[in-house]
Design a protein around this ligand. Sequence first.
Ligand code: CP
Ligand code: NVA
Length: 323
Amino acid sequence: MHLKDFVSIRDFTPQQIRHFLHIATQLKARPSDYHAALQGKTLAMIFEKPSLRTRVSFDVGIEQLGGHPLYLSPDEISLGKRESVHDVAKNLERMVHAIMIRTFEHQIVVDMARYASIPVINGLTDYSHPCQAMADYLTMLEVKGRIAGLKVAYIGDGNNVARSLMFAGAQLGADVWIASPPGYEPDQEAIVWARKRGPETDASLTITHDPEMAAFAADVVYTDVWTSMGQESETELRKRIFAPYQVTWHLFTRAKPDAIFLHCLPAHRGDEVTDEVIDSARSFVFAQAENRLHAQKAILMELMQGAYREREAAREPLLELVR
Ligand code: CP
Ligand code: NVA
């Protein structure tokens, strides 16, 4: 498949999303088969927000494929302040083979992908977190043996993680339920997109304010922090508003007896989830974190191998002149 960027789950067909998951399972099963897949390639990683999982999984992932990571910290680039997004893209495309970026405004990633001739991967924006969703569904596939028809109940803020979860659910045939306090639901445009894609894959999306209804008979119960990076000034207000949406053992037992608990992490224990749930035998949060590595290796390989072939082909006439 030819794909330059990984900016949104929405940019792909259901077949392409399944293909990424398929490659991820191959990479996870036989990592040594792919140890030189991206030999000599460099991945620039731009971080404008903190990270543990994204930083480590991309860093280790590109190394495991034979390439090199280049970490660029928030103070180093000052995207849009020290230098425009356009100019950063045009510089990096001359020296590295792909860019992973974690930033605030989603438009920055969209612009970076438009300006750069090399692959650009969304490592989280205020709007979405597509790499996370790939790891989420990879985990469901492993633990539940299927994705189609699963009831996935997300309880909490209708944020970046919730949007990507519902987009990927629509692509993969899941029945996604989102339970958020009034005013904190995912935006209407995102809901409309997921519901439009749904009939193609037999997926559905239900938005409710009732966490018990969402959790009822669910296969997967998922939550995320109530206050995302960049919203710190709202922390106290959000704690009050989201209190009825805490995933407690009582709420979790509304789900099927074999339901699993997922969380993208970092978790704020005692806020969105209790220790009892996140530390239970049915919590797969660390397997889910590990799957960031496998899912992203699949993304890196699919995007970078394709881009490399094209770039080499474009360079050939110049090599002729030198000879
Ligand atoms: N889930 C996730 O993206 O974690 P980090 O913020 O630590 O990268
Ligand atoms: N919604 C959270 C996810 C962190 C991985 C945030 O944006 O901070």
